[in-house]
Design a binder for this molecule. Structure first.
Ligand code: ASP
Ligand code: MG
Length: 427
């Protein structure tokens, strides 16, 4: 059944909260299935939901470290890696977990069956190593549900139009889970090694507070601004298809499950905060072109060259030119892309007086849907940073986000001060 077709028919409601029998996709990441003891623990969470009468499909990651190990093996071959064969190798990690989990569930008296991506099938685009889900046939899983069977599905993998195994890109199991939930019209619980989504990284700010609810839009901004709880693409998909998404702790006692954080539609959040969270990323680099020609087509040439080199550009600032002839242009890219970005600009003979590149910068972003209707949010950010003597190098904004680029040594100080300024610990 086509993914979008399935969604059009049955938009999932949050049934379990109302005590109704529900369709449920439960996803467990690598650390949650790292060894047999942990898989047994995961199985108890699944048994709880199955005992309650819900129809359950489970999506699992590879055991933690396993995908890295498999990727390293392909690199060790010492030749250019064919992405189709790369997929065959790395998709194996998830398959092992599905079988182990099925064995353990069966041992607990829960009928369980594993399904490889190609058996269902989960059809994807043909881009090996970064495929996108196109269509999921839910019929085989639903047939199993009629017999009260738990379906166990490997995350990350699918099958392309050429009939070959594909993978969805690193961290893709979240997207598998949300895609499956969308196709099944199910709620989606993402079990992970944190107990929910926080106002900011608790390792950085001890006052960080767990959120009960957060909107898709805010989660999307937080995920793409460096908060690593969910793969960005999975949040996008949940938003488009209206999949209720819950992030919760897999290490919690299976008999006393914790509520975690619900990612949902904005109108399901009664108390809307002006600012909901603060994200940061230290993986940034800054490039400045001094004295670029101020004439039509220059930006197009620069960013075209970067796009051709597959470099993602994030923040961009261009000054007006004083003399009408030349101007300065600054933009940021991922730290890992810096060399490629510089090479792309240089090899395309973009005329400028000087090219400066710099690492050691961090992006700090303040996110909240309430910004749409409240003034002064940006001003508070700038004032707070000024008081801490933190220099802002670049600013960018969207409707619900303000980002600044600062010296990365000051990241913690900035995030802490902003967390306090927006009173996120008590909100
Ligand atoms: N195992 C894959 C990875 O490590 C997919 C995932 O776990 O989400 O990237
Ligand atoms: Mg993950």
């Amino acid at each position: 059944m086509a993914l979008s077709g399935a969604i059009a028919k049955r938009n999932a409601e949050i049934k379990r909260a109302a005590g109704k029998v529900a369709r449920l996709v439960m996803k467990f990441g690598g650390t949650s299935v790292a060894d047999i003891d942990r898989i047994r623990h995961v199985a108890r969470h699944i048994k709880r939901e199955w005992d309650a009468g819900h129809d359950v499909a489970v999506v699992v990651s590879a055991m933690s470290g396993e995908t890295n190990r498999l990727v390293a093996l392909t690199a060790e071959c010492g030749v250019t890696v064919d992405n189709a064969e790369y997929d065959v190798v790395v998709a194996a990690g998830e398959q092992v977990t599905t079988g182990l989990l099925a064995i353990i569930l069966q041992g607990m008296g829960v009928p369980a069956r594993s399904w490889a991506g190609w058996q269902i099938p989960i059809l994807t685009s043909e881009d090996h190593a970064r495929a996108r889900i196109a269509e999921i046939d839910t019929a085989p899983l639903e047939k199993g549900w009629k017999a009260r069977e738990v379906a166990i599905v490997p995350g990350f993998q699918g099958i392309g139009p050429d009939g070959r195994v594909t993978t969805l890109g690193r961290g893709g199991s979240d997207t598998s889970a949300v895609g499956l939930a969308a196709a099944l019209g199910a709620e989606c619980d993402i079990y992970t090694d944190v107990d929910g989504v926080y106002t900011t990284d608790p390792r950085l700010v001890s006052e960080a507070r767990k959120l009960d609810k957060i909107s898709y839009e805010e989660m999307l901004e937080l995920a793409s601004q460096g908060a690593k709880v969910l793969q960005t693409r999975s949040v996008e998909m949940a938003m488009v298809h209206g999949v209720p998404l819950r992030v919760l702790l897999s290490f919690a006692d299976p008999l006393k499950p914790e509520p975690g954080t619900l990612v949902c539609k904005e109108d399901e959040i009664v108390e809307k905060q002006v600012v909901s969270g603060i994200a940061y990323s230290r993986d940034e680099a800054k490039i400045t072109l001094l004295g670029v020609a101020d004439e039509p087509g220059v930006a197009s040439r620069i960013f075209g060259a970067l796009a051709d080199a597959s470099v993602n550009v994030d923040m961009i600032v261009q000054n007006i030119s004083e003399d009408g002839r030349v101007t300065d242009l600054t933009f940021t890219v991922g730290k890992a892309d810096l060399e490629r970005a510089v090479a792309a600009v240089e090899s395309n003979k973009i005329k400028c007086r000087e090219l400066l590149s710099q690492t050691g910068v961090a992006k700090v972003s303040v996110v909240g849907i309430g910004m749409r209707s409240h003034a002064g949010v940006a001003q508070k950010m700038f004032e707070t940073l000024a008081k801490k003597d933190i220099n802002i190098q670049v600013i960018s904004t969207s409707e619900i986000k303000i980002s600044v680029l600062i010296n990365s040594d000051q990241t913690q100080e900035a995030v802490q001060a902003l967390h306090e300024a927006y009173e996120l610990e008590t909100a």
